[in-house]
Design a protein around this ligand. Structure first.
Ligand SMILES: [Fe+2]
Length: 151
């Protein structure tokens, strides 16, 4: 159904935008983290940004497979994304982890939303991709919380 597919494409475009913004946030934290645990967090934020980056291309290609053009301009990504960037407050790991938890939670919510629409559209390939992303984002949710010392 064309209408539903356009809803799915719009959800995926929003998802793509959120993923691009999250990638830059995580990479910024990978660069700017400070403190005695620098090495560990530098590596952890490296994993987060590489994971977000690895999701960008397949997300865009799922939009194209649905028959719609993929957005590619940074201006459009910033406009479509609902993830707010935060200026660093001296790069304390607590600030970075709290921020990463919020970003990851927004990404997760956006994926769950898109997954529901993909299922309604009977787009099993897209749903499968999103399900795998959801699983990975849940893993990050657990690990960021573990660093923060909470469940
Ligand atoms: Fe690096």
């Amino acid at each position: 159904m064309h209408d539903r597919n356009s809803v799915l494409a719009a959800k995926l475009a929003k998802l793509l935008s959120d993923t691009v913004v999250a990638k830059f946030i995580y990479q910024g934290y990978h660069w700017n983290v400070l403190g005695p645990d620098f090495g560990e967090y530098h590596e952890f934020f490296g994993k987060l940004y590489e994971d977000a980056e690895s999701a960008i291309d397949p997300t865009a290609e799922n939009i194209l497979k649905s028959g719609f053009p993929a957005p590619y301009m940074l201006t459009d990504f910033c406009e479509m994304s609902s993830i707010k960037e935060e200026r660093l407050d001296g790069s304390s790991t607590k600030f970075l982890l709290d921020s990463a938890l919020r970003v990851n939670g927004q990404l997760l919510a956006c994926h769950l939303d898109a997954f529901m629409v993909a299922t309604e559209c009977n787009e099993q390939g897209v749903a499968d991709f999103l399900a795998q992303r959801i699983d990975t984002l849940k893993k990050w949710n657990w690990q960021i919380k573990a660093y923060l010392g909470v469940r």
